[in-house]
Design a protein around this ligand. Structure first.
Ligand SMILES: Nc1ncnc2c1ncn2[C@@H]1O[C@H](COP(=O)(O)OP(=O)(O)OP(=O)(O)O)[C@@H](O)[C@H]1O
Ligand SMILES: [Mg+2]
Length: 237
């Protein structure tokens, strides 16, 4: 039996008075990859921001490892062990890879993973330590962002489209590393992906959001068996 790590209970949320999420309930388990898919603008990023304390929650609750985090601030939520990687701008472009990594260890007030161990996820970064993040490819920059997140020893990592705009070969590597986060680092992952088919293939649990509402919840393979949903909403035929 997998252990629940995060739950959303009937959450209504949005930006100021613009409600985007409607009555969302979901569960993510320890040592699992929970995949959130849906069309553009369906509220996937908003859902991740809601977990991390960046939106207005009008009603409902967000519970992380038994702690009510509904009205906590992002820095407090980070301290509790959630690492959030936004869709864009997740590294300091003017700093070198080494400086980005050092900064990730300074920002963290808790115990951090040692840098060598964190670099074992993407050893190729060791050859790029003196390069500015602005000179990295999109894939390399995502690797750096994931390494920086790993340094904080999170128990839950929230990834917003980690393979966006990447060549298939790099996207494949990132997906393999997400599996490694689960299997070798024992980190629960919530993954939002545009690359829905591939994400559903590695996922343990799936949610389909459409216009801010949950319209499927279950095993990813069961979602893949529903062409009426996957064709219309995910472009998988
Ligand atoms: N800061 C904001 N203020 C007001 N509305 C916003 C804000 N950010 C996003 N929205 C709106 O919320 C809705 C959901 O956006 P969101 O970014 O969560 O969708 P998404 O599913 O992540 O889409 P995509 O696949 O394009 O990344 C959209 O209508 C968007 O315009
Ligand atoms: Mg998004």
């Amino acid at each position: 039996m997998s252990k629940n790590i995060l739950s959303l209970n009937n959450v209504n949320a949005g930006y100021g008075k613009f409600q985007i999420l409607f009555d969302i309930s979901m569960e993510a388990n320890d040592k699992e990859i929970t995949v959130i898919v849906g069309p553009n603008g369906s509220g996937k990023s908003t859902l991740l921001k809601t977990i991390f304390g960046f939106t207005s929650i009008y009603s409902g609750k967000v519970i992380f490892r038994g702690v009510d985090i509904t009205s906590k601030k992002p820095h407090e939520i980070a301290k509790l062990g959630i690492a959030y990687l936004p869709q864009l701008e997740n590294t300091f472009l003017n700093l070198t890879v080494r400086e980005n990594i050092l900064l990730a260890t300074y920002i963290n007030e808790g115990e951090t993973m040692n840098i060598e161990d964190a670099l074992s996820l993407f050893p190729q970064l060791k050859r790029m330590l003196e390069r500015r993040a602005s000179t990295l490819s999109g894939g390399e920059r995502q690797m750096l962002a994931m390494t920086m997140a790993l340094l904080r020893k999170p128990s839950l990592m929230i990834l917003d489209e980690p393979t966006a705009n990447m060549a298939p070969k790099i996207a494949k590597l990132i997906f393999e590393k997400i599996v490694e986060l689960r299997d070798s680092y024992n980190i629960a992952v919530i993954l939002v992906e545009q690359n829905a088919k591939k994400a559903l293939e590695i996922g343990d649990k799936a949610y389909l959001l459409v216009a801010g509402k949950k319209i499927f919840e279950g095993h990813p393979q069961d979602l893949l068996k529903k062409p009426d949903l996957t064709r219309v909403y995910l472009g998988i035929s």
